[in-house]
Design a protein around this ligand. Structure first.
Ligand SMILES: NC(=O)c1ccc[n+]([C@@H]2O[C@H](COP(=O)([O-])OP(=O)(O)OC[C@H]3O[C@@H](n4cnc5c(N)ncnc54)[C@H](OP(=O)(O)O)[C@@H]3O)[C@@H](O)[C@H]2O)c1
Length: 381
């Protein structure tokens, strides 16, 4: 059956969704039939009127299995910014996997990615649906940074990559709600998303250390429990396809800090935030932004992020990738990365299944992001 749309953006009325819609409109190839979707018609109509090319408006509740299945069946690519995905993504992804529709999103929810791998990887391989979660700040910089670094090193031997991040940005209501949703559940372990069992991974960082490879004081990084699992899935999916990143490949991730004092402050701040959101969520909730809200435009445009990736091969060779952009990583960076992933799904080919950004798009995605203002450079030492 011919499909009415090439691309549908679901959750377009949300804080990230509105920005993602604008980024997609800017980049939409000529002749693409697209729509924005969500549960409330009026804000979607208002948004559509600001976009060129003007999208159609579709109304569906994410919890309505029939409506989401119909939506998924009638487009080639479905992009979603409606989260928490553990609540709002299940029916949509089930619809995509069943009908061979490609999917991408900006989740950082490893428990949910693990669930959709278990439920839909096999089916999506059969229908050809390329399901690609984590196409925002979590986890495209880590995933591409690790890929580019590992690929610059001699192959056929052990490769170890460490990623270090520094960033400045704001907090969205949707991100805050999603973090609280998962706060008192156990986070899946280091190998949770591995496609091939048996790999040995470093444990999640808990302490402050000086890292010689990064030449910096380091602390536990808030996104590392997501990014490390995604990067390891990428490497293991490539190993499954016969193109391993190293024999073996290991990846670890930290926050970079200017001095030991700043590193300790990051460590304690993160530990306090985890403790409070798990133990006293009702007291924490009023302090954060409400769903639908987010940082001011000046905070978004005044933000930035940088990821430094250092890889070492067993023979002593090393490579270093810098991946950075101005603008709040969770809004400006994320919506640009999501748009690039969505366009890649629209235009590219590849096997179905629950994939990762690096596995689905490879280094071509980095070329596309460079053209959109990202600074991504790999050097071999
Ligand atoms: N990876 C990253 O860097 C990154 C960055 C930012 C956000 N995120 C993630 O993206 C998600 C959205 O964040 P946000 O700040 O944009 O949140 P938000 O502003 O609260 O938007 C949530 C969206 O979900 C929609 N929605 C809620 N319940 C629905 C339902 N039952 N059916 C259909 N649509 C429904 C909302 O529609 P209404 O407008 O009708 O309420 C809205 O469009 C979160 O999970 C967040 O963690 C990730």
């Amino acid at each position: 059956m011919p499909r009415t749309y090439d691309l549908v953006l679901f959750g377009a009325s949300g804080f990230t969704g509105r920005r993602a819609a604008a980024r997609l409109a800017e980049r939409m190839p000529a002749g693409v039939r697209w729509a924005i979707a969500g549960r409330r018609r009026q804000p979607l109509e208002d948004l559509a009127a600001t976009l060129s090319p003007t999208p159609d408006v579709l109304v569906a509740d994410a919890l309505d299995a029939e409506a989401t299945a119909a939506l998924a069946k009638d487009t080639r690519v479905l992009v979603s910014t409606a989260g928490p995905y553990a609540v709002l993504g299940n029916a949509l992804v089930a619809g995509c996997a069943a009908s061979g529709t490609h999917w991408c999103d900006i989740t950082g929810e490893v428990p949910w990615i693990r669930d959709i791998v278990a439920r839909h990887h096999g089916q999506a391989r059969e229908t050809g649906a390329r399901i690609v979660p984590a196409c925002g700040f979590d986890s495209i910089p880590s995933d591409l940074g690790a890929l580019l670094t590992a690929r610059a090193l001699p192959q056929g031997q052990p490769i170890d990559v460490i990623g270090g991040f520094r960033l400045k940005g704001g907090l969205n209501g949707g991100t805050f709600a999603t973090a609280l949703h998962h706060a008192n559940h156990r986070w899946p372990g280091p190998a949770a998303l591995d496609a091939v069992p048996g790999a040995i991974h470093p444990p999640d960082r808990r302490t402050v250390t000086f890292d010689d490879r990064l030449a910096s004081w380091t602390a536990p990084f808030v996104m590392a429990p997501t990014n490390t699992r995604v990067v390891r899935r990428s490497a293991s999916l490539c190993a499954e396809d016969g193109a391993p990143w190293g024999h073996p490949f290991t990846y670890d991730e930290v926050a970079l800090a200017k001095g030991r004092g700043r590193a300790l402050a990051l460590q304690w701040g993160l530990a306090a935030a985890h403790w409070a959101s798990a133990r006293i969520p009702a007291l924490v909730r009023p302090w954060g932004p409400a769903p639908g809200d987010g940082p001011s435009e000046s905070t978004i445009m005044g933000g930035h992020f940088a990821g430094i990736f250092v890889g070492t091969a067993a023979n002593g060779a090393s490579a270093r990738t810098v991946f950075q952009r101005s603008g709040d990583p969770g809004n400006e960076g994320t919506t640009r990365m999501l748009a690039a992933a969505a366009i890649a799904l629209l235009q590219g080919r590849g096997p179905g299944g629950v994939r990762t950004p690096a596995n689905a798009f490879g280094p071509a995605l980095a070329d596309d992001l460079r053209a959109d203002g990202f600074h991504i450079v790999t050097e071999v030492a």
